[in-house]
Design a protein around this ligand. Structure first.
Ligand code: SF4
Length: 171
């Protein structure tokens, strides 16, 4: 920067700019199946206002979303539905597992409940608690944004691996 405050030049990696835009324009898809869904709704409402973190445009279509928030119990019968929704979402995409039930089956240690949604979809951030408070979800969102900025999420790693494989095939 020059002495008069004029910016002479500015350099950054193109990927960093893209990730900056991605992390500040998340389109969440709420997958609320039980009580945790109520806490998710509360986080989106005006009291906690998730819009402050660039994630206010909630979509109920997977084709218009890039952040899947799973809040609640996922039964085995529901697992293929969750996977289909994930597969239909735009790439790159991210997943937050909200609450004990989504993350580990919670108190439902039975054959009919998935013992963690990471057996169905790749999870980037877990929110502990039963139910987690809205503050917990906001903290998870900030952690996710941090990981997106650093390119550390599952989706971004897959994207890089795909590029490397394609580049290797062209040699
Ligand atoms: S973690 Fe607790 S609050 Fe959330 S869905 Fe399970 S039982 Fe309900």
């Amino acid at each position: 920067m020059a002495k008069d405050g004029e910016i002479d030049f500015f350099t950054t990696r193109f990927e960093d700019v893209i990730n900056f835009a991605r992390k500040n324009s998340l389109f969440p898809l709420p997958f609320g199946t039980s009580c945790c869904g109520i806490e998710l709704m509360s986080t989106l409402a005006s009291g906690y206002d998730m819009a402050r973190f660039g994630a206010e445009v909630v979509r109920f279509s997977p084709r218009q979303s890039d952040l899947l928030i799973v809040a609640g119990i996922v039964n085995l019968k529901m697992a293929p539905v969750l996977r289909t929704i994930y597969d239909q979402m735009a790439d790159p995409k991210w997943v937050i597992s909200m609450g004990a039930c989504a993350s580990s089956g919670g108190i439902f240690n039975v054959y009919s409940v998935t013992q963690g949604i990471d057996t169905v979809v790749p999870v980037d951030v877990y929110v502990p608690g039963c139910p987690p408070a809205p503050e917990g979800l906001l903290n998870a969102l900030l952690r996710l944004e941090d990981r997106i900025a650093k390119g550390e999420t599952h989706s971004q790693k897959r994207e890089r691996a795909g590029k490397e494989i394609r580049a290797g095939g062209e040699k």
